[in-house]
Design a protein. Structure first.
Length: 381
């Protein structure tokens, strides 16, 4: 009888969730870029693309890789002595002087906000030992994170080599990786930054060249780029509600408006669906696993209104072992949950085993969850 009651409550809860999913129209978008992509940050799902895997020159959006390598070096608060070579870098500059000492952190801000090529060379020499050494680190990181159609020869993106290129897709992959770093998030989204100037009576004040930070209310960061051969390139991020997106355009004369159009299309056409809630999962009758399995995080995935009913889940578990009862082993991964959308795997989540039995939810908990869902406390989208 109790099981029937739970099923009834669950059915009601599901029907309410479905009824409260905002109805979205299928949004279409057209951009003037030679290559473009719109990606959801959490899942990596591509919401829109145009020639996204063609290798092209990328100009100063190269500096996203330069910045994240500098941040990950762990030396952000150390002083960097600027070389003569760094001050002779062509193009955009933060006007460093030979021999001056400046924190690596300030160089990264100058790199990202003002696109300083002198800052890029100074960073490369400090973190990689030389520009060539730093390029090796850039290419190594590119392979590690899945940028398979990318090759770097310098830290700034100037047109000094035909072997310096990437794709819209790869740059979205890079930005998705970089945005997992809190320091990078902060720097990328900073509108104005003040840096000490040891040789002058005034500080350096840098305003971010990314106009989308003030032009579009949901923009959270990004990097601009331009060279005569690459033309205008742009990578930006935006967050609205619980959805965070990445937009990339290469060779685009109308990039600001194109990014806004892509974002609006994504926010209107997709919602973040909670396919699996975090916490206890009941999927087996085996006494070794029963009441011991849980997910640490909920599984969410961007989907259109029509796709909401196309999700399914399969659970794959390892065979139970005697060590499961060992009190010293508090928790361990014993399998995975595979999330399918229209028959294709789109997400996987580890299933954890906990020695102490996980408390079952009572009727009060189900009613409480139902109440929170009805009033939108746990709604996604």
């Amino acid at each position: 009888m109790r099981m029937i009651l739970k099923l009834v409550i669950f059915a009601i809860m599901v029907s309410i969730i479905i009824a409260n999913i905002p109805r979205k129209v299928d949004a279409s978008v057209s951009v003037s870029a030679q290559s473009a992509i719109l990606m959801e940050q959490n899942s990596g799902r591509i919401l829109y693309e145009k020639d996204a895997n063609t290798k092209r020159r990328i100009a100063s959006i190269t500096k996203i890789m330069t910045a994240i390598l500098a941040i990950e070096s762990g030396k952000m608060n150390r002083n960097v002595k600027v070389s003569e070579q760094a001050t002779h870098a062509e193009g955009s500059s933060i006007y460093l002087k030979p021999g001056e000492k400046i924190k690596l952190k300030d160089l990264v801000y100058g790199l990202m906000l003002r696109s300083g090529n002198d800052a890029a060379v100074a960073i490369a020499e400090y973190v990689g030992g030389s520009v060539d050494g730093f390029a090796l680190l850039m290419n190594q990181k590119a392979r590690e994170i899945g940028m398979y159609n990318t090759h770097f020869t310098n830290p700034h993106g100037l047109d000094d080599s035909k072997d310096h290129y990437s794709t819209a897709y790869d740059m979205a992959v890079l930005m998705r990786y970089a945005m997992q770093n809190k320091t990078f998030q902060t720097i990328s989204g900073t509108k104005v930054y003040r840096s000490p100037n040891p040789t002058e009576a005034w500080d350096r004040v840098w305003k971010n060249k990314n106009r989308l930070l003030t032009k579009y209310q949901y923009c959270t960061g990004g990097k601009t780029g331009y060279t005569k051969l690459a033309k205008r390139t742009l990578v930006t991020t935006a967050t609205k509600g619980d959805m965070s997106l990445i937009a990339v355009t290469l060779n685009d004369s109308d990039d600001w408006n194109d990014h806004i159009s892509m974002y609006e299309s994504g926010f209107k056409g997709f919602d973040m669906a909670e396919v699996l809630p975090k916490g206890k999962i009941d999927i087996v009758n085996n006494n070794d696993y029963k009441d011991h399995l849980f997910l640490k995080d909920s599984v969410v995935y961007p989907a259109t209104n029509k796709e909401m009913s196309l999700f399914s889940v399969k659970y794959k578990l390892t065979k139970p072992t005697k060590s499961r009862g060992n009190p010293k082993i508090k928790e361990s991964v014993v399998g995975k949950a595979e999330v399918y959308l229209d028959g294709k795997v789109v997400k996987e989540a580890p299933i954890y085993y906990q020695n102490i039995p996980i408390k079952k939810k009572g009727l009060f908990d189900f009613v409480k969850d139902l109440f929170l869902t009805v009033f939108g406390v746990r709604a996604n989208g």
